[in-house]
Design a protein around this ligand. Sequence first.
Ligand SMILES: Cc1ncc(COP(=O)(O)O)c(C=O)c1O
Length: 411
Amino acid sequence: MSKTPVHAPQTQYEVKDNQLMIGGLSVSQLVDRVGSTPFYAYDRAKLTERVNYVRQHMPEKLKIHYAMKANPMPALVQHMAAIVDGFDLASANEMQVALDTPMSPKHISMAGPGKRIEELSQAIAAGITINIESETELDRIVAIVEQKGYIANIAVRINPAFELKASGMKMSGGPKQFGIDEERLPALLQRIQSLPVTFQGFHIYSGSQNLKPESIIEAQQRSLLLADRLLTEANLDIIKLNIGGGYGIPYFPGETPLPLKEIGEKLAANMEKFHQRFPQADIIIELGRYLVGEAGVYVSKIIDKKYSREQAFLVVDGGLHHHLAATGNFGQVIRKNYPVAIANKMGEPSATENVNIVGPLCTPLDILAGKMDLPVAQTGDYITVFQSGAYGFTASPHLFLSQPECREVLV
Ligand SMILES: Cc1ncc(COP(=O)(O)O)c(C=O)c1O
């Protein structure tokens, strides 16, 4: 038997007759419905369930925004438009998808360093909020307003002095390309008041993929305190305070889901204090992977099974070019396995085998699972990679080695 660490059981999807059920269909039926493998499938009921779960545990007054970069598939974004309070986006192309939904531009914001003039201009014309990332970006916005006469809604993205501790990705504290250093805010806030822009508030995004509740609680508290202090010193009011997110999901053995209730209770108490001083401010969190990550799976088919020096290899028709993150090449320092399953052999297996699951690319990096114990599988069986609803399709190098393309479906 192998000593490979195992993932927590993937119980979020139902199993019927040994088949994984996705969006009410067995994996085999879903493959027939899609017409070919590989593909990503996103389960709309699970998206709704997740948003409801967040609302159940977060303070009632908190606005839940969806960070589209996690998964900008148009059909999925349409679905999200009806169940979240707003969108955060990172490009003009994402903005186009967002504006095609019924979501009001009032509830859409754009963040990210290096917004091009054309993007700023489109965002202003659309009436969405631009989270400015530098003073020079603000100058460009002012120039557009002076030329076109439109109203520009802006919020200042702050790079706070603190960081979101224990995050998969840290995006604040120290020198960063994101936001404007907290120390520069007093002078900037003075200046903004004399400019032809509508100042709406702050955006403080300090990190991503965090599974430590105490770190999230602390960062949220510090964000609210920082906003309070800056506004008090500048004698200003705001209508929006976006305190980021960073809620992680478990991908690897040993990781556990966030205790949302605890985070929500602490946030409620801190929000209460902030609202006593700034009652008109909407407090917002923006979540990407937490809302969509677990609602998506990547499905591929085994096209060959071979042995090399005692090790079994299942070669599938999808891989790194569609799902970079699952191969460990999207920000992992040491490669770890995503949870995977033989999706048409989900019951109690009569026998298991220690296998490597690899893609068709001519690179040793194309590995979807290394040395995992799975039910004995054959050519024609389906492999599912769980936790694939975020940073999957659009975070992968589809053109690499000119392989057939991958589909995406919402079921
Ligand atoms: C500004 C901003 N908002 C939201 C997100 C979404 O992060 P996640 O998908 O981990 O929730 C990110 C991720 O990098 C981000 O940079």
